[in-house]
Design a protein around this ligand. Structure first.
Ligand code: CAO
Length: 551
């Protein structure tokens, strides 16, 4: 094991480059070429790779420090046998020269085409440290843009560096000869520019869009700029909608940019947590996590654009007493999501009614023994199914789904009714098909079979699909009324509470009658209150006199 210095490699002549990210911590094991630091100059963001494999022992730089070639970055422990290079390697990509390239290359390599007050120059890729086939990740100008010297034209990005190619001229952008995704090397054509010869320092002349004036300088003049431009932060393309509204440049290292591109993240949308709002990998990952969470919550809530609802913060319950945590079953979790989806999406109203089922109960009880003989337990439920099918036929507005995206109402011409079944694992809703076409015995048998299958966990997915309407019966348990949640995309659900004997005024005296509480919740987008009252009226009449069904 030996202790080796890590020093800043050749930065292509750039001095005092700012450390914008430290990619390692003390104790980290790194491989040769793993990024140690990210530095950023005016025009380039560069990763400095580890000169050898080993463990970071000490770091001597902090984010925000300015470093130059040869500065001590820190120390590494390297295994005996692992060879330290004779000197810190120059990053293999164009970073070595990119920061200075435009300043030192004769006007960023331009080819002149014309004169007459203005001339057309072809801007070429400057010296990029010998790198070949570097991808263009962003084109920051478009034809017609009037730009200044040093304004960024395109952004190139390799594995280890990203750099802006600044304009060598002030003038108007002509034809852009490349597109994003193209790969370029030094000397390749980037774009044409109409450069206005202003004579001297009158730079604003470049903004005049005159393309031919009498006072054009001779062709033999060197292209602008005559003096090295002051380094400045490149501005984003003004019209680029993806840029942040503030117009600020996005600060991010190449690895972060690469990660963002791979994940489809637009960096201007990410809040940078580093100095000068620098975006780190953590920021990108955090952004993605937040989006996934939000979209899952949105899906769970059925809201296409997310609900934006604040979550419910839980206290530390163990402060108040003993607690135990258990994972939700899959069914519980799905039911919770679907309840929330419906509750958030559907404007619910519940219509209450009572039906006198004294006669129906007498009839049902009279049939009980016959049912037992054929192994069928006859409860009020099959009668409810039949009455609901009748009401759905009479009032088809309840047998619809709403397609809000297309602003269409889907009218169903079949009557399949779901029954909510309470099982040890949670609530499930198997569906009985064509209820209108089936008799009471068949409905009783089928409800019984489906409820048994549900409790045994043997329902298939198809058993629970295709419902038009749902009945949820708490009659066997108790209660006087409740407000069921519509089982979307259905538009109504009938809740049954426990029937009880009540004194009912018959015009001359109170009579003891068995009254069944009905709670009809409906989607007020699909049906209005008057229709709901008609629906419960139809149910009431049918349940009070089943001869209605024959009409
Ligand atoms: N009023 C009075 N008695 C009723 C009644 C009512 N509305 N509905 C049922 N009963 C009686 C039945 O007649 C039966 O009595 P007998 O044994 O004396 O005949 C008893 O209550 C039990 O009935 P049941 O519950 O076994 O049968 P069912 O056909 O009424 O219901 C089913 C079947 C599957 C709907 C029911 O078992 C069930 O799971 N209900 C819960 C549904 C639920 O949880 N809904 C809430 C959803 S929202 O959270």
């Amino acid at each position: 094991m030996s202790k080796e210095e890590i020093r800043v490699p050749d930065l292509g002549g750039s001095d005092a480059v700012e450390v914008i990210e430290i990619s390692v911590s003390v104790g980290d094991t790194v491989a040769e070429e793993d990024p140690i630091l990210v530095v950023e100059s005016d025009k380039a963001t560069v990763e400095l790779p580890s000169p050898f494999a080993g463990t970071i022992r000490e770091l001597k730089v902090s984010v925000g420090d300015k470093v130059s070639q040869g500065d001590l970055v820190g120390y590494m422990d390297i295994d005996a046998g692992a060879e330290a290079p004779a000197e810190a390697e120059t990053p293999s990509e164009p970073e070595a020269t990119e920061a200075e390239a435009p300043a030192k290359d004769e006007g960023a390599k331009a080819a002149r085409k014309a004169s007459a007050g203005s001339r057309t120059e072809t801007v070429k890729v400057p010296d990029i440290g010998g790198s070949q086939d570097v991808p263009i990740i962003e084109i920051q100008v478009k034809e017609g843009d009037v730009i200044d010297v040093e304004d960024p034209l395109v952004t190139l990005e390799s594995d280890k560096a990203s750099m802006d190619v600044p304009s060598p001229f002030a003038g108007k952008v002509g034809k852009v000869l490349v597109k994003e995704g193209d790969t370029v090397s030094e000397g390749d054509d980037l774009l044409e520019m109409v450069v206005t010869e202003a004579g001297g320092e009158a730079d604003e002349e470049a903004e005049t869009e005159t393309e031919a004036t009498e006072e054009a300088p001779s062709e033999s003049e060197a292209p602008a700029p005559e003096k090295a431009p002051e380094p400045k932060q490149p501005e984003p393309a003004a019209s680029d909608e993806a840029e942040p509204a503030s117009g600020e440049r996005v600060h991010a290292g190449p690895a972060v940019r690469k990660l963002a591109r791979e994940l489809g993240v637009e960096l201007p949308r990410v809040n940078g947590s580093g100095p000068k709002a620098r975006i780190t990998k953590d920021d990108v990952q955090h952004y993605v996590k937040q989006h996934i969470k939000a979209s899952q919550a949105g899906v769970a809530a059925g809201a296409s654009s997310g609900t934006g609802l604040p979550g419910v913060k839980l206290p530390d319950f163990s402060k108040f007493g003993e607690i135990e945590r258990k994972s939700m079953s899959r069914l519980h979790s799905l039911t919770a999501d679907s309840m929330q989806r419906s509750w958030l999406n559907v404007p619910h109203v519940t219509q209450f009614e009572e039906a006198d089922i004294t006669g129906l109960e007498e009839f049902r009880k009279a049939k009980k023994a016959a049912g037992e003989k054929q192994g069928v337990k006859i409860t009020p439920l099959p009668f409810m199914l039949k009455a609901c099918a009748y009401a759905l036929k009479a009032l088809p507005a309840f047998n619809v789904a709403l397609d809000m995206d297309k602003r269409e109402v889907v009218q169903k011409h079949y009557i399949h009714i779901g029954i909510a079944v309470d099982t040890p694992n949670g609530l499930v809703v198997p569906v009985i098909r064509d209820v209108d076409k089936k008799g009471i015995w068949d409905l009783a048998r089928e409800a019984q079979e489906l409820a048994a299958k549900a409790r045994d966990g043997k329902l298939k997915g198809s058993d629970m699909q295709g419902g038009c309407f749902t009945i949820t019966s708490l009659g066997g348990i108790g209660g006087t009324a409740f407000t069921p949640i519509v089982n979307t995309p259905e538009v109504a659900i009938l809740g049954l509470s426990r029937a009880s004997m009540k004194p009912v005024w018959d015009g001359t005296a109170f009579q003891p009658r068995l009254m069944l509480p009905l709670s009809l919740s409906y989607d007020h987008r699909a049906v209005n209150g008057a229709e709901a009252a008609r629906f419960t009226n139809v149910l009431k009449q049918t349940l009070e006199d089943m001869r209605e069904l024959m009409m």
